[in-house]
Design a protein around this ligand. Sequence first.
Ligand code: AOF
Ligand code: ZN
Length: 366
Amino acid sequence: MATEQDLAFMAEALVLAEQGLYSAHPNPCVGAVLVKDGRVIGRGAHLQAGESHAEVLALEEAGAAARGATAYVTLEPCCHYGRTPPCADALIAAGITRVVIAMRDPNPLVAGRGVERLRAAGVAVEEGCLEAAAEALNPGFLRRMRHGRPWMRLKQAMSLDGRVALANGQSQWLTGEAARADVQQERARASAILVGIGTVLADNPRLAPRLETPLRRYPVKVIVDSHLRTPPDAALFGTPGAVWIFHRQDAPVAARAALCAAGAELLFCRSTVQGLDWQEVTSMLAERQINEVLVEAGPGVAASLFAAGLIDEWLLYVAPLLLGRDARPVLATGPYSDLAEVPRWSVIQSSRLGNDIKWTLRPQER
Ligand code: AOF
Ligand code: ZN
């Protein structure tokens, strides 16, 4: 059983783990704290793939004092040789006698074997300490490992009457500065930002986070563009981050050459009568190690993703204004004739940003 003290040290490890939120991709955010005689003797956070894991950094800080200490780690220590050697072995070699973990690592290369290795070496292992909080840290990594697709986060800004643009298409800007600054943070933490070709043609977006300090890593810019209509001089080619374009096999050859020359990577994808096959798009993104996708698409792409059951989270910035009855609806679904059938969402978080409200919603299970 986890003690009060265990919970407090794990909470500290979770805060450390958050340091990797913008950079750890495609690896998970992980934090580690080493404790001896009730005192913290080492701390670590995994910041970037290829760099040391959290446990190793904490062991380095503790040095010889690690012998006999307890390690608090937000994810099961690894037991495989990846870009770095196994953490379970490092903990054993350093003489750690007890390891408290928040959750197991669903990576098939680990998946319980880290815990087994520690126990086999005589280390006491406590599991499930603040597990829900650890799960919440890495929705994308966990979704990819468990389901072979990224965590899909749809972002939209809407009016009080549930509209995203005037009938003539005008939509800039519904929300105020604080909400728009928050979107930059959401972009920065994403592994990829996804838009449809309609958005590229209408808004010519740059699709890179605009932040004061440069990032260690920039999200991949993903365009879903069946017929390769993306202009090779689109603004998104001039901003940091790779460009991937999903298209149909019969897209024009001349467009392929021009877009490759502009720096895009073209990804051929199966299509259905409705357009590109979202299941395939998302599984291809996962194969390419994309954990979290911020979908900044218009209502059309949003509705088709929703119909495919592929929206894990909905970030809704609600501006207190009315766009009128002929304006474009946020997510055209239905029609429904029974309230028992309408899709319902759970409010995960609600906050005020300037004069706007941000809702974080997740679909309710049926
Ligand atoms: C840990 N501690 O801090 C992290 C872990 O290629 P590598 O060597 O960086 O290994 C990446 C995998 O290791 C990653 O997919 C996940 O399963 C695990 N991440 N494990 O013990 C850490 N970041
Ligand atoms: Zn490790």
